[in-house]
Design a protein around this ligand. Structure first.
Ligand code: ATP
Ligand code: MG
Ligand code: MG
Ligand code: MG
Length: 439
């Protein structure tokens, strides 16, 4: 992409309404624009990151054996009356009436809708196990939408639902989700710690939230610092193996880690003092096992091997995809701007032309642009007729992990400059070598 033909409405001033870094930086970097309270337009740069996160979520869900689909945003109130949640959900639910006077709602989550699909089409235990998921916009009329996309009213969420014959099978699904979520966050360059949590309006007994540690987080969390040393790395996981999934879940749930709702002072105090940590966290996902809470009232049953009809065991599992864009920035920025982890960066590298219009500089930039594309990388070429200072400030702000600076003086000596956004360090190299380093 050439910046002269892109739409990147960078703001010079720090927007007064933004209280936290990620919100400020997303506005300044031209990633989002508020449409109305808690509802945002995703401008090209923000949209690109959102799509990258969505893809990572898809890839890891499919890897775990879960099946993608798409449900609508608007739902009929009738299904929610069946589960009893139409009244329970309260003011967070946006209710709408259509021209025929029918009660509708903008889905805050999808347990009812998916259960309705399941009961219409599945009747035998032979069709299980089954896990379906979608990534779709949700609406919750939050009392206090704030922090930009972190607590929006309209937000993008992955929600998956497992249907199983027995509790044991459903717990395997729970474990699969935990492992696939750990991998998802790791690929995004994030450490998200699974913490025992409270189930809230979804209901159920077994639930973990995934939290990214950050001072601006809305949750209070308590944990054993040993948990922050754990990584999946490039372990190959067989998601069909109960033992393998269970072992990983055991590894991550053995060190103490809880949100304030389930915090247990006595257990916490049993951890050696140096490892006892409390801090703030951003909830970026949650998994639940809730048994037959929806399948019983909604009569989602299957015929078991003995011919008897039984309600299925279910769970639901969510990742806050749009919130993650903010959470990643909270975890990775400095006073100059965003620092994208490699796995989610909107463009792989920038190219800064110090003297646009200089035939040699232009030609060198074009050649680097073409070589990066040939490697399957996406460069963002700042080909605007602007001062070098302004171009560098833009690179710092939008946070691409690398950029290559090209100018007539360097070219005379046969070199360009390769800069790392994270360390701020630059090195002079021949153009081909700079490109090679990014391969
Ligand atoms: P919170 O405690 O922050 O209100 P929640 O527990 O109500 O979130 P869940 O029902 O667990 O949310 O939904 C799954 C995920 O969706 C959350 O872990 C979070 O990442 C994301 N999410 C929930 N509410 C919002 C929101 N208002 N804006 C952006 N993302 C959200
Ligand atoms: Mg909530
Ligand atoms: Mg919560
Ligand atoms: Mg939650």
């Amino acid at each position: 992409m050439r910046l002269s033909r892109y739409f990147l409405p960078v703001l010079k001033e720090t927007p007064a309404e933004a209280q936290i870094a990620s919100h400020r930086l997303m506005l300044r970097a031209g990633m989002i624009k508020q449409a109305t309270a808690g509802i945002y337009s995703w401008l090209p740069l923000g949209f690109k990151v959102l799509r990258k996160l969505e893809n990572i979520v898809h890839e890891e869900q499919v890897r775990a054996g879960h099946i993608p689909m798409l449900m609508p945003t608007l739902q009929s109130a009738d299904l929610w009356r069946e589960s009893g949640r139409y009244d329970d959900y309260g003011a967070e639910m946006l209710r709408v009436t259509d021209r025929h006077g029918r009660d509708m709602l903008y889905g805050p989550t999808n347990e009812e809708l998916i259960t309705d699909i399941f009961r219409a089409h599945v009747g035998s235990y032979k069709d299980l196990p089954l896990t379906l998921y979608h990534i779709q916009w949700k609406f919750r009329d939050e009392v206090r939408p704030r922090f930009g996309v972190m607590r929006g009213r309209e937000f993008f969420m992955k929600d998956g639902y497992n249907f199983d014959l027995t509790k044991e099978d459903a717990l395997h699904a729970y474990n699969r989700h935990m492992v696939s979520y750990l991998r998802t966050y790791e690929r995004m360059g994030l450490q998200a710690i699974p913490m025992r949590a409270d189930s809230g309006p979804i209901g159920g007994d077994d639930t973990h939230e995934f939290l990214v540690l950050a001072d601006t987080g809305e949750s209070e969390v308590f944990y054993d610092s040993a948990i922050t040393d754990l990584t999946l790395g490039d372990r190959v996981v067989d998601y069909n193996s109960r033992e393998e999934c269970e072992a990983i879940v055991r590894e991550w749930t053995t060190p103490y880690a809880r949100t304030d709702e389930t915090h247990d002072e006595a257990k916490f105090n049993a951890i050696p003092e140096v490892r006892r940590k409390s801090s703030r966290g951003i909830e970026v996902g949650q998994i639940f096992y809730f048994g037959t809470k929806y399948s019983e009232p909604m009569r989602a049953t299957v015929q078991g091997p003995d011919g008897k009809s039984v309600p299925v065991h279910m769970g639901s599992h969510g990742i806050g995809v749009s919130r993650l864009v903010g959470a990643i920035i909270e975890a990775s920025h400095d006073d100059k701007g965003i620092i994208w982890p490699e796995g989610v960066t909107p463009y792989h590298a920038g190219i800064v032309n110090l003297k646009q219009g200089d035939p040699e500089a232009d030609a060198a930039c074009e050649a680097i642009y073409a070589s990066l594309m040939a490697l399957g990388l996406e460069p963002l070429y700042d080909d605007r007729d602007e001062r070098a200072g302004g171009k560098f400030a833009t690179m710092d702000l939008i946070g691409l992990p690398w950029w290559i600076t090209v100018g007539p003086r360097g070219l005379k000596n046969g070199v360009v400059e390769l800069t790392s956004r994270r360390t701020g360090e630059s090195e002079e190299l021949p153009p081909e070598q700079a490109v090679e380093k990014l391969a």
